[in-house]
Design a protein around this ligand. Structure first.
Ligand code: ZN
Length: 430
């Protein structure tokens, strides 16, 4: 099957909605067992990792993470690939801005990891075609009829998107290495029907009065914070949709009501609880469409928040009320009367920052050390600042007061991801 046909086939095959949890479970069960069997026969690493555990008992397989994956990459892949060549190809493409780093039918990309070692990800044309059809099904809101012009603002390693140009559906690629002013002019010329971009770019376009009339706006590649969502949504007079993706897979997308639903038609997402009472968990991914570099029982670093009541759209796929960001984004503050640290999820920091002053238009908050938090705000000359949000937080969490350093916030969208809340300091080595 050609890649375009595969895309169309996957588009048509992707269920728009699931009626019940049992329908999802049936859908997943037969696909996962078949997938696991195939991977066991083709990946030396997984065969070893799962030794003594039957395919049907795949939920008992030991977990893996990024470090284990990268350490064992050559054996983990189901194809015979010269990894040093793959790394060279990917590195070279980043420098030359040629977005098609390939070896044969495989695309090679680096992950834009936020901390530590960078990952490499390898996808076959077949997988990319499948993936494109799936994203179309999730992204275009079930409407492939009529003409679409999709504008994508992306960083490097995104050649997958190039696969879905046709008479009906056109894709324009906007390279975030270019100056934003120029990109804004270009997107105004294109006047796309769908706009997919990181929230920092959508916010820039809204702040700078961008003259386009997209029918659908989709935030991707960065965490969408409420402060940005509000402004983007008001400017374009519509819901801000989201693709929640990571290097490890396409994890969730919004329904017509704007609720994020896990992409349970292509992956099983287990839960490693961080705070079960409040619905916080790290996802355990089992992607049953991905075969070249299989992701099975992979513990991902993000923290998601379960939506307590199901979504009114009627889709039984798990609803997520919030993506809290990477676990690197969780602050660790020193407990009172103890040398231990208390984790503080970014949402608490966000709320405290927003209480500083109602006129805050943008911000960042970085934990710099054991007891220092830098807070950048825009505009920077707001007064008075109300610290009661932080004071209450420190008291409620029973942690020592951290020093708050107020500075100016500024961010120009570029190839650097916007992270509003993160930690630069490692509590494990201090
Ligand atoms: Zn929904």
């Amino acid at each position: 099957m050609s890649q375009k046909l595969l895309t169309l086939w996957r588009y048509l095959r992707t269920p728009k909605k699931f009626k019940s949890r049992s329908q999802i479970e049936r859908w997943q069960k037969k696909r996962i067992v078949k997938h696991v069997k195939h991977i066991r026969n083709n990946s030396k690493f997984y065969a070893e990792h799962w030794r003594g555990i039957k395919d049907e008992d795949w939920q008992q397989f030991p977990l893996l993470d990024k470090a284990i994956m990268m350490e064992n990459l050559a054996d983990l892949l189901t194809r015979d690939i010269d990894l040093s060549e793959a790394f060279d190809v990917a590195k070279n493409a980043e420098v030359t801005r040629d977005f098609s780093p390939r070896i044969g039918d495989l695309s090679i990309g680096f992950s834009s990891g936020t901390s530590g070692s960078r990952g490499v990800h390898i996808v076959s044309d077949k997988e990319a075609g499948n993936w494109a059809g799936f994203m179309l099904a999730r992204g275009l809101g079930g409407n492939i009829i009529g003409k679409h012009h999709v504008a994508l603002f992306l960083r490097a390693n995104s050649n997958n998107y190039g696969t879905i140009g046709s008479k009906r559906i056109k894709f324009s690629f906007f390279d975030l290495l270019k100056p934003m002013e120029q990109l804004q002019k270009e997107v105004e010329m294109a006047n796309p029907t769908e706009l997919i971009a990181p929230p920092s770019v959508l916010r820039y376009l809204a702040d700078n009065n961008c003259k386009i009339n997209p029918k659908r706006i989709i935030s991707a590649a960065e965490v969408l914070y409420p402060i940005d969502e509000k402004i983007i949504s008001e400017y374009f007079s519509q819901i801000v949709h989201q693709f929640y993706t990571s290097t490890e897979g396409e994890m969730a997308a919004t329904c017509e009501l704007g609720t994020l639903h896990l992409n349970e038609s292509i992956m099983h997402i287990g839960k490693q609880w961080v705070d079960e009472e409040n619905g916080l968990f790290q996802p355990i991914l089992t992607d049953f469409m991905r075969t070249t570099q299989p992701i099975i029982r992979y513990l991902q670093n993000d923290i998601l928040v379960l939506q307590k009541e199901g979504c009114k759209c009627g889709d039984a796929r798990t609803a997520i009320s919030q993506v809290m960001g990477r676990s690197d984004d969780v602050f660790y503050l020193q407990k009172n009367n103890s040398d231990e640290f208390e984790p503080i999820v970014p949402d608490f920091i966000r709320r405290a920052v927003m209480r500083l002053n109602p006129e805050i238009e943008a911000y960042h908050a970085i934990q710099k050390s054991r007891n220092k938090i830098e807070i950048g705000i825009q505009p920077s000359n707001l007064s008075p600042l109300d610290y009661s949000g932080f004071e209450e937080l420190f008291k409620e969490k029973n942690v020592r007061k951290a020093e708050l350093i107020i500075t100016e916030h500024s961010h120009v969208p570029s190839t650097n991801k916007l992270r509003r809340i993160y930690r630069e300091w490692d509590h494990r080595n201090n």
